[in-house]
Write a new protein. Structure first.
Length: 255
């Protein structure tokens, strides 16, 4: 109780707000928690990219575990696709975490923001062209490797990159969402462990608590949004917000 009484709850408010906003969108779309949280932390709050990605992935260990169990119970997992994504995704996450923690944050930050801006443009385009054309699924393992790497470097992107790509390639939507979300649990565990190995656990607990509070508070609203807001409209809105926020942050970083 003394710890709670002396804790600076006001310092958590920005992280609670970020967690709330990110979970609102993620609850409605089934993706983009990491991308939105990382974009707001790096571009708006000025958090170093490696630390921002570490915080996002630690929180996602909890959210993806819940999601994975739910998909397992509902039979939404394709076992073959799961194992084709699992090892490449974890390997890409480890490589991405190593790269992000081995390079000066001032050098990495502009490029991370440009990547996030690109994700925003991609989501915006996908929203405008929604629903996507159906094609045959190919190159699952390379996609998992790339998705894991970009997720660690950008603090998010596994869902937007891997899920969207597999859907566009023609895989079963229900199985894709369930399998990709379940693999993400193992990816976030791997990336979190890699970041903790390189960065330690200092200055993480408070931000993580803020994310959890915001995410839990937003969960019912995200479910409401999923029911009432069309995916096309949500994708377009998310794409616009991510693009503008990341582009502004990249402009400031390069200036």
């Amino acid at each position: 109780m003394d710890f709670l009484a002396g804790f600076d709850w006001a310092a958590l408010l920005p992280f609670i707000a970020v967690g709330f906003a990110a979970q609102m969108v993620d609850g409605a779309l089934g993706m983009a928690f990491g991308v939105i949280a990382n974009t707001l932390m790096v571009g708006v709050l000025g958090i170093p990219p490696a630390l921002a990605s570490q915080r996002v992935h630690i929180v996602e260990c909890f959210t993806t575990a819940t999601s994975g169990i739910s998909h397992l119970l509902h039979g939404n997992i394709d076992r073959k696709l799961f194992f084709r994504l699992l090892i490449p995704g974890m390997a890409g996450g480890i490589i991405g975490a190593y790269v992000l923690t081995s390079v000066d944050a001032s050098i990495v930050k502009p490029w991370v923001l440009l990547y996030l801006c690109g994700i925003g443009v991609y989501l915006l385009t996908r929203g405008i062209l929604y629903p996507p054309k159906i094609k045959e699924a190919k190159h699952v393992a390379p996609l998992g490797l790339l998705g894991g790497f970009l997720d660690a470097v950008g603090g998010g992107g596994w869902g937007p990159v891997v899920t969207s790509n597999l859907l566009i390639q023609g895989a079963d939507p229900r199985k894709v969402v369930g399998t990709v979300n379940t693999v993400e649990f193992f990816l976030t565990l791997t990336v979190s462990a890699a970041f903790i190995f390189h960065l330690g656990v200092a200055d993480v607990a408070g931000a993580t608590l803020g994310f959890l509070i915001g995410g839990i508070a937003a969960a019912p609203f995200g479910a409401w949004a999923a029911k009432h807001i069309p995916p096309k409209a949500m994708l377009i809105m998310v794409g616009i917000v991510l693009t503008l926020t990341s582009a502004y942050g990249a402009y400031r970083a390069f200036a």
